[in-house]
Design a protein around this ligand. Structure first.
Ligand code: HEM
Length: 201
């Protein structure tokens, strides 16, 4: 009689030079380019934002800023929640990958919207709170690139691999990107709100 095992197979892709690991090696360059692209877009937003005067339509851009926040942060929370459920054994790796695949475009859309609308809110980068927020915003973008790279690696693993059986490097990477993402998003929200409050608005 055939014996069925409930133990998830060990991730072979992380241990041997398989075609999957070659694909990941090729992917590394692509992700470095994405990191550079994110940095350039971020710098463009901050520099142009520092030059543009605050127009009468500023309130419209602020509404857009908050709408982009809902979309971006909402998607990020859902992705990290799927990851959290996997870490505590209440969700599968397949669900994490499927959620990331569906919601990552929304997270990027929201992040891009924050860069675009923030530019028209005339950020004052000489204000330490604003300067700190901009650094945190860059961290969100670069961490999102790292998360996309992590997802490529996760896709190469068995769908039902429990978190505790994943290689420690991958576990640390998953926990680190999830924590950095949530910490950075919420710090940017807090700093943005403090900035508005300090204006007496
Ligand atoms: C993920 C990225 C970002 C998040 C989470 C974020 C979050 C916020 C929040 C919550 C507010 C407060 C809105 C209110 O209280 O009505 C705000 C305001 C603002 N944000 Fe952002 N923001 C982000 C990116 C940016 C960027 C890239 C820029 C500029 C290039 C920017 C510039 C501003 C400005 C100028 C304000 C108004 C602050 C003031 O009243 O002085 N933000 N942001």
């Amino acid at each position: 009689m055939e014996e069925t095992s409930t133990r998830a197979p060990v991730a072979p892709a992380l241990h041997s030079p398989t075609p999957a690991s070659r694909r990941r090696a090729i992917g590394r360059g692509t992700f470095a380019l994405r990191g550079i692209a994110v940095t350039i877009l971020w710098a463009t937003s901050v520099i142009i934002g520092g030059i543009l005067p605050a127009g009468e339509l500023r309130w419209i851009w602020l509404v857009g800023h908050l709408a982009a926040l809902v979309v971006g942060l909402g998607a990020a929370v859902m992705i990290e929640y799927a990851g959290f459920l996997w870490t505590i054994g209440r969700g599968t790796l397949h669900e994490v990958c499927a959620t990331e695949e569906r919601l990552a475009p929304l997270a990027w859309l929201g992040f891009g919207g924050m860069l675009l609308t923030g530019m028209f809110l005339s950020p004052d980068v000489s204000n330490p709170l604003t300067a700190l927020k901009m650094i945190v915003v860059l961290a969100i973008g670069l961490n999102a690139v790292a998360t996309a790279r992590l997802t490529v690696v996760l896709h190469g693993l068995p769908d039902d691999l429990p978190f505790r059986r994943a290689p420690w490097r991958l576990r640390s990477w998953s926990l680190a990107t999830g924590l950095v993402s949530q910490l950075a998003w919420w710090s940017a929200v807090l700093l943005g709100t403090l900035n508005t409050a300090s204006r007496g608005a």
